[in-house]
Design a protein around this ligand. Structure first.
Ligand code: ADP
Length: 188
């Protein structure tokens, strides 16, 4: 059975098989989670992103899609880079579908790589301005659906890593409202 857990912390510190990055289409690094992952993981990650960009993603990685690289010196094996939608850039329903797709695709690729534990950030809630509560509802319900579909056999843990108390509280409340059980350890 897949455990869905919430921790307040820094995603670059998580000892998991795969870490999801809230990247941008360019795959060239950026701020927020992206900047933190490249800083902590070292230049190998960016080098692989550049190779992917040059070989398969000439126009950049599409919104809602994901791609896997090494995790460099992070305490993880893989980074799954996904591109969240910018809030308000398209019709709401379309954006929400793209945000759900980020989680589905990221987990699909993580499982394909052999990962059993995955740390995920609150994609699109930083620079891309998606309201936290709505993003939490989309993120948690999508991950719960993925876990249920696979019967929980492929993934042991999907850990949401929330930056700051407010984000953690919001995710915990939404998880509770969705009936996903206790939020799990707060510190991470
Ligand atoms: P996006 O461009 O998809 O909005 P950001 O990286 O700007 O992505 O922000 C996504 C969320 O991740 C925000 O809620 C932000 O506060 C949070 N965040 C920023 N740095 C980290 C980190 N090191 N670990 C976990 N979450 C982080």
């Amino acid at each position: 059975m897949t455990q869905i857990t919430l921790v307040q912390g820094d995603i670059t510190k998580q000892r998991v098989d795969a870490v999801v990055n809230a990247a941008n289409s360019s795959l060239q690094g950026g701020g927020g989670v992206d900047g933190a992952i490249h800083r902590a993981g070292g230049p190998e990650i960016l080098a692989e992103c550049r190779r992917l960009r040059a070989s398969h993603y000439g126009k950049g990685l599409g919104v809602g899609q994901a791609v896997v690289t090494t995790a460099g010196t992070l305490p993880a094996r893989y980074v799954v880079h996904t591109v969240g939608p910018v809030y308000g850039a398209e019709e709401y329903e379309r954006g929400a579908e793209l945000l759900a797709s980020c989680y589905r695709e990221s987990l699909r690729l993580a499982v394909e790589s052999g990962a059993r534990t995955v740390a995920v950030p609150a994609v699109s809630t930083g620079v891309y301005r998606w309201p936290m509560e709505d993003a939490a509802r989309i993120a948690l319900s999508t991950v719960a659906a993925v876990a249920a579909e696979a019967g929980g056999a492929e993934l042991d843990e999907v850990r949401f890593v929330l930056f700051g108390a407010e984000a953690y509280e919001t995710f915990a409340q939404v998880a509770d409202a969705l009936g996903l059980g206790p939020a799990g350890p707060r510190e991470g």
